[in-house]
Design a protein around this ligand. Structure first.
Ligand code: FAD
Length: 79
């Protein structure tokens, strides 16, 4: 496993994923790693609907790996 990167983002929530995406949009050659121990990313705004009983909680979570921008390296822990 590669242990050094140009940029490391801690947390693959909305902020981490968007930051990685924006940086890669500016320069696709950047070497970015995103560290997050969670296996799922939850779309939190939908939880409001879950609370109201109109949306299924299970549908608010998606596999973390599917949302990491192409070109960024996913990681679950610091090396
Ligand atoms: C019920 C609800 C309704 C909402 N509705 C709206 C809305 O309508 N519109 C809107 O704009 N916003 C809404 N929000 C807010 C929005 O969801 C949050 O502002 C946004 O998700 C915050 O993004 P974030 O990346 O800061 O945190 P998160 O998306 O929560 O991500 C944090 C990530 O950090 C990871 N993490 C935590 N600790 C560590 C660690 N030590 N090391 C590595 N990784 C770590 C977690 O696993 C997680 O993946 C809502 C939130 C809630 C709860």
């Amino acid at each position: 496993m590669k242990t050094h990167h140009q940029i490391i983002i801690i947390g693959a929530g909305t902020a981490g994923i968007m930051t990685a995406g924006q940086l890669l949009k500016k320069d696709k050659n950047l070497d970015i790693a995103i560290i997050d121990p969670a296996e799922k990313h939850y779309y939190q705004p939908a939880w409001t609907l879950v609370g109201a009983g109109t949306y299924d909680y299970k549908r608010t979570g998606r596999p973390m790996g599917a949302l990491i921008p192409k070109g960024a390296t996913p990681g679950s822990r610091m090396p």
